[in-house]
Design a protein around this ligand. Structure first.
Ligand code: GCW
Length: 694
């Protein structure tokens, strides 16, 4: 904020979000000595140029257009904008940045655009005031950029307060009630707006008894949170129970085709909008892991989603209906049931049956946020449905915010993946609203379902438990705004924004060290955990640390099938579960053949002998040994790197990360030794380099 706060600026426009922009700049000016102004109250007596009545010039003008008379620099930029792009191009959230006669100008056509323009200026810092700057137009690729909180109001006996939360308690809820003091929620809203997020659901998708009541008698709590997030352009959504008509309404059924049920939802939703006029909508996990759903009444998921959609549609709300539906009471003896197939089997036949305000929320992979999975074939299978792609910022399977695992490279790979090969739209384009017929990726927000992620934030002093896990939150928002951003560039932005103020002199070193530690940390994590895309070798229940056979004979459908000869899951059409057949060409054939299947997914799709030679030239067993030894060495190197920042950054941050790196070294070593020993004992094949295997 220094660059902004030390200058003279003018903010033109009215409304809550414009006030937020004004307040942000005013606060920065108090700190850094600049000044901020409103437009002249008597436009007819306005001075002839940008120089105000006091004779000073503005360095910066942020203006909502069309808005009466603009200062000359802004008016000139506005004329060019209209000529070049046509009015309306900026939309609800876009903004234009330009330099004109030594004035930096940000234009927006809606208040949210001005807010995002402000945070863009903050990212740019001094360079926003460089002598020349080409005109830039920014619009989000996705209209919906949402975080789901898996927060409970009550502390759940098994899952704790935040399900899969690794950053302490909830920022919204405490001791069975809404927090009295929502200051932190306000700060969260500000942080999210700075990343580009515009929607938040405030309770767990596993909706327990207390949390179900947020929809009815606890609605005031939702309204209070919405009030605090509104000034940052963030809409509140709620996870609801499909059984709400029974649980809360006393009806005997929640059958979506029952008229009384429809009325109950319509009525409940009307009350929600009376309390929260800009309410975003419902998030629903139905018929999944014990949650109630339409199957209980012999109805389809389209019937289920549509009844909620109809209740929301008069008010412009949406239903995020999750596609995470599978049989979690599988018999491990049954080789024909494949959890990877489940979402596609359930939902693709329903394509075209969902209302326009239903968004089917699909996990990016077919299993469950593993370190490596293929892209879910559902993303390619439902051209007649609005799809949202769900990511997991909370690091359930990627080190639980005790390990450093910068996830943007993974997400970027997923978002840039072409489910139809190189010519069709990418995953990001599908989430933005494109489908297979569309030639090019859409530049602007289409009517797709957008990007959703499970938040990693809690009441921890560092917000995310591991201070460096904040980078994942930031990267999620940035990639939802622009999926084409390079993960390394996003990391640089985050480093700058996070450390510039506290380590102004050592920023170069901080940047070098954090790049060395974080850029490749997801691949490092992959190296020392489950190999070649096989997944789920984690400790059951808490999902932390290695347990190779922990889920091998379980009901959750998560197997690796290792025996003395080989390992991997046969998902081919030729001899396996035929999951490969859920992909369109070319992937259905690329994955089907052991020759063309990419190494990193080999064991996801194929059961192969330990001596199978990978494209890399190594055998499967030697690859397992090599990557596990290398992974631990890299973690040890990370810890050494971190020591270089002692005395350079805040000592509290330094100590917290050091403590977590110690745990990462311990845990990675445990992974290495258990995985290597397990596969050595199964295969009897020694390490080609004679390293110690226990
Ligand atoms: O990853 C799994 C988690 C569950 C979670 C579920 C889901 C909220 O282990 O804790 O439940 O996914 O996404 O619904």
């Amino acid at each position: 904020f220094r660059a902004l706060g030390s200058r003279r600026s003018l903010v033109c426009g009215e409304g809550t979000l414009v006030d937020t922009v004004r307040d942000e700049i005013a606060r920065a000016c108090v700190r850094y000595g600049g000044s901020t102004d409103r437009p002249h109250p008597r436009p007819d007596r306005r001075p002839a140029d940008d120089r105000s009545a006091a004779g000073t010039a503005y360095d910066l003008v942020l203006a909502l257009v069309p808005a009466g008379l603009l200062p000359i620099a802004a008016a000139a930029v506005d004329v060019v904008y209209r000529r070049r792009y046509g009015a309306g191009t900026l939309g609800e959230e876009g903004f234009l940045l330009a330099r004109h006669t030594e004035v930096t100008v940000v234009l927006a056509e809606a208040p949210a655009g001005l807010l995002y323009g402000l945070f863009h200026l903050v990212r740019l810092g001094e360079s926003a005031f460089g002598l020349t700057r080409p005109m830039e137009l920014h619009r989000p690729a996705m209209r919906l950029r949402m975080l789901n909180h898996w927060d409970n109001i009550d502390v759940h006996p098994v899952m704790g307060q935040v399900e899969r939360g690794y950053a302490g308690g909830s920022i919204f809820w405490q001791d069975g009630a809404r927090r009295e003091d929502l200051t932190r929620v306000g700060a969260y809203g500000r942080l999210l707006a700075a990343c580009g997020v515009n929607a938040v659901s405030v309770n767990n998708v596993n909706v327990h008894a207390t949390e179900a009541r947020l929809l009815t008698d606890r609605l005031g709590d939702v309204a209070a949170i919405a009030d605090v997030l509104r000034p940052y352009g963030i809409r509140v959504h709620l996870s609801v129970s499909f059984a709400a008509p029974v649980m809360l309404g006393g009806l005997s059924s929640a059958d979506p085709l029952d008229e009384a049920v429809r009325e109950w939802w319509a009525d409940a939703t009307k009350r929600v909008y009376e309390s929260v006029p800009d309410f975003g909508g419902y998030v629903v996990k139905a018929d999944s892991e014990g949650q109630p759903g339409p199957f209980g009444y012999g109805r389809s998921h389209a019937d289920g989603a549509n009844v909620l959609a109809d209740a929301l549609s008069p008010y412009g709300g949406v239903v995020h209906w999750r596609a995470f539906v599978y049989n979690h009471r599988q018999d491990w003896r049954d080789r024909s049931t494949d959890r990877a197939r489940a979402a596609h089997d359930h939902f693709v036949p329903l394509d075209g049956q969902f209302r326009d305000n239903v968004i089917l929320q699909v996990k990016h992979g077919p299993m469950d946020f593993q370190t490596r999975e293929p892209v879910s074939p559902v993303i390619a299978g439902m051209p007649g449905t609005r799809l949202a792609v769900e990511l997991q910022v909370t690091q359930e399977y990627t080190g639980q915010q005790r390990h450093i695992c910068y996830l943007a490279p993974w997400w970027s790979e997923v978002l840039g993946f072409g489910p139809w090969g190189d010519d069709g739209p990418t995953v990001a384009a599908v989430a933005a609203g494109a489908s297979v017929g569309d030639a090019a990726e859409r530049g602007a927000a289409g009517d797709g379902g957008g990007l959703v992620a499970v938040s990693n934030v809690g009441d921890d002093p560092f917000w995310t438990g591991h201070p460096l896990a904040q980078a994942n939150l930031y990267a999620f928002g940035r990639l939802a705004w622009d999926p084409r951003l390079a993960p390394t560039a996003v990391l640089d932005e985050w480093i700058e924004l996070t450390f510039a103020a506290s380590a102004p002199n050592g920023l170069g070193l901080v940047r070098r060290v954090l790049r060395a530690i974080m850029d490749d940390s997801w691949r490092t994590y992959e190296r020392y955990t489950a190999p070649l895309g096989v997944g789920f070798m984690v400790h059951p229940g808490d999902h932390y640390g290695p347990d190779v056979d922990g889920y091998e004979y379980s009901r959750w459908g998560t197997y690796h099938f290792a025996d003395r000869d080989g390992v991997g899951v046969d998902r081919t059409r030729a001899s396996g579960t035929a999951f490969t057949g859920q992909f369109p060409p070319p992937w259905r054939d690329v994955y089907e053949s052991v020759e063309s299947c990419p190494d990193e997914l080999l064991l996801f799709f194929h059961h192969v002998p330990y001596g199978h030679v990978l494209h890399s030239g190594s055998t499967v067993i030697q690859h397992i040994y090599d990557t596990h030894f290398a992974g631990v060495e890299q973690v040890v190197a990370m810890r050494q790197q971190w020591e270089r920042l002692a005395g350079v950054i805040d000592p509290g941050v330094h100590a917290r990360v050091r403590e977590r790196l110690d745990e990462q070294v311990r845990c990675a070593t445990e992974w290495r030794d258990q995985i290597n020993t397990y596969f050595f004992r199964k295969s009897g094949v020694p390490d080609a380099h004679g390293r110690r295997i226990h």
